[in-house]
Design a protein around this ligand. Structure first.
Ligand code: GLP
Length: 250
């Protein structure tokens, strides 16, 4: 695992965007696995700037998103499809038909999940998977205790995740209780993983994920077994990892 420690959120975002840009430049038809949440927003902004400055094109890029709230329409402002459109897709030259987000309104969630697994396979697998991490160590919406062997599935969100995501909704009751998510198995099959973390409130989760035991109780801990992980964080989020003596680059 490579760990990059950035001075602050802006520097972390630039570093993450540089890594994604390098992937896009070296393989213009890459399959990018994309993530939502507050943490990657700065990296997406930087990618949009690079595109506008003429340094990057997404014309041949295909994307698959990690997850979607179950029950939200793609037009709902808090849906992850809406998030991706407004933070990235609407501002770059990616072809709409090449962007894929699970359908939160699917009548048959099991069928939607099976279709998504097939789609990822048909695309040839994920070249670079971007990830954030929840305070309880969740990745995508794989919550503590979920089986590591699962592919895309319907999940019931934990109280802690609902609490954490309440900030994006008017009221806690508005946060969907279920989501469709890629499973750990899909994520672990990605050829490269890029995780972004920011803020002191993530330090404990980051420490447990990368210095603790590999356990279902901390879903991100499985990444210790992936051969190509890059962790980019600001110094607050990485503080406990650094205290524990994990080597970091610039
Ligand atoms: C949500 C998403 C995750 C994301 C997590 C952390 O639960 N499903 O993919 O990593 O939030 O979000 P944030 O970056 O806002 O802390």
């Amino acid at each position: 695992m490579r760990v990059y420690c950035a001075e602050n959120y802006a520097a972390m975002s630039r570093r993450a965007a540089n890594i994604i840009s390098a992937q896009v430049i070296t393989k213009p038809d890459s399959v990018l696995g994309l993530a939502t949440g507050g943490t990657p927003v700065g990296a997406y902004q930087r990618l949009v700037e690079c595109y506008k400055e003429g340094d990057l094109s997404f014309a041949e890029i295909r994307s698959v998103n990690l997850d979607e709230y179950y029950g939200l329409s793609p037009r709902h402002e808090q849906s992850y499809r809406y998030f991706m459109q407004s933070n990235l897709f609407d501002h770059i030259d990616i072809k709409p038909e090449n962007t894929h987000v699970l359908n939160g309104l699917a009548k048959d969630p099991a069928e939607e999940c099976a279709k998504y697994n097939q789609l990822i396979e048909d695309l040839g697998g994920i070249d670079l998977q971007l990830l954030g991490m929840g305070h309880n160590g969740h990745i995508a919406f794989n919550e503590p205790g979920d089986d590591f062997g699962l592919e895309t599935h319907l999940v019931t969100l934990t109280e802690r995740t609902i609490e954490a995501n309440t900030r994006f909704f008017e009221r806690k009751e508005d946060v969907p209780r279920q989501a469709l998510t890629m499973g750990i198995k899909n994520i672990m099959r990605a050829r490269r993983i890029l995780m972004v973390v920011s803020g002191a409130d993530k330090a404990e989760a980051v420490y447990k994920a990368f210095c603790g035991r590999v356990t279902k109780e901390v879903p991100a801990s499985i990444l210790q077994l992936h051969p190509d992980v890059t962790l980019v964080g600001d110094k607050e989020a990485l503080s406990k990892l650094i205290e524990a003596g994990v080597a970091v680059c610039g």
